[in-house]
Design a protein around this ligand. Sequence first.
Ligand code: ADP
Ligand code: MG
Length: 429
Amino acid sequence: SYRKGGYHAVRVGDSFNGGRYIAQRKLGWGQFSTVWLAYDTRSASYVALKIQKSAPQFAQAALHEIEVLSAIAEGDPSTSKCVVRLVDQFKHAGPNGQHLCMVLEFLGDSLLRLTKYKRYKGLELNKVREICKCILIGLDYLHRELGIIHTDLKPENILLVSAIDPAKDPIRSGRAPILEKPKGYPNGGVTMNFIEKKLKRRARRAVVGISERRASVGGIGGNPTVERCLNGIDMRCKVVDFGNACWADKQFTEEIQTRQYRAPEVILRSGYSFSVDMWSFACIAFELATGEMMFTPKCGQGFDEDEDHLAQMMELLGKMPRKIAIGGARSKDYFDRHGDLKRIRRLKYCPLDRFLVDKFKFSDTDAREFAEFLTPLLDFAPEKRPTAQQCLQHPWLNTRNLIQKEVKSESSLGKVEVGMSKLQIKVGK
Ligand code: ADP
Ligand code: MG
């Protein structure tokens, strides 16, 4: 794709927008763009530089994304709404053409990487709650204040925010800016490599016995893990990637959302609104807590991915009301006139709370409470799903699991028992 109309090839140290930005390291890429960590010489801070492919359809898409990001930035001058901020935009001429560039605040790794680091085992519920609150604040802002539907909410598009003290930023603390090859990681994002490196350093020190005492004061023992390190980090995040976002009253396509996070009304072509984001949000919350995707549709003998997807939804959430099942432009492809699937006849129903207990070993209480939070968001009737604002009021978000580590105790038989008791309390708001 590094040819005419495609990506712009960047080398570390390349400068952009009249020398204002200097490329440091590649952060990621998407279908339409590559994203680079860049040093902003004007504000003396790091930014993410998104460089779009140059062909007209990509430029068009970038202009749309800039329009959405500008509306987001205008409505949120204090940057408190958990949505990525557009800092600047410009055009960059290169050998493959003219590339529209977006300068965004620099954020950390995505939730996808976070779950991968947890080996797909799921995060502690308290962390899930914190992440859920951030996403909901972002969605409430987009939906209620701006009238924007994201339409592609998924773990890749939620990035972590660092709680690292800006005073420790190598630039602001007076050390030389990194203009050539960057060493280590600057301010901003929580990146797993960063955490890993720090842990390796700590582990090395622990082995040679230098900082054992200091480490234990900090609450980290002799054998630190990424998981433990993550425990110390304030879990904040922001919603990114507005390439597919639209205003609710200006939709341009019926085909929205990434497969696994797609709402039933999108599959059935019954029309959609803000509540499609709420569906995806529920899928993300489930995935964070369990480490597995909620729906993983596949085609099989005689049926396609869409029909399998609808079947999986009904197995977990109950039968779709007939009126909704037969109400979409595509309903006839999947449902008969009774509202039964045409090709997948026998469904194995398993309610969400039981699924959480049986498959993911949730406690009965955790499962019931989490299912009570998720189930309304997964209502087959889109207009019945709670809004982000309503969801923020849900008691589950203000429940806390206290993990209490009990002191090693000798039992009467002389056997050493190490106990972990899980205590649940409700915290009032
Ligand atoms: P696309 O629209 O091409 O999918 P995205 O906006 O999703 O592009 O960005 C692609 C990748 O670049 C992301 O998945 C992420 O890894 C990285 N990225 C994007 N924005 C930022 C940011 N503000 N800070 C840090 N990394 C980012
Ligand atoms: Mg993307």
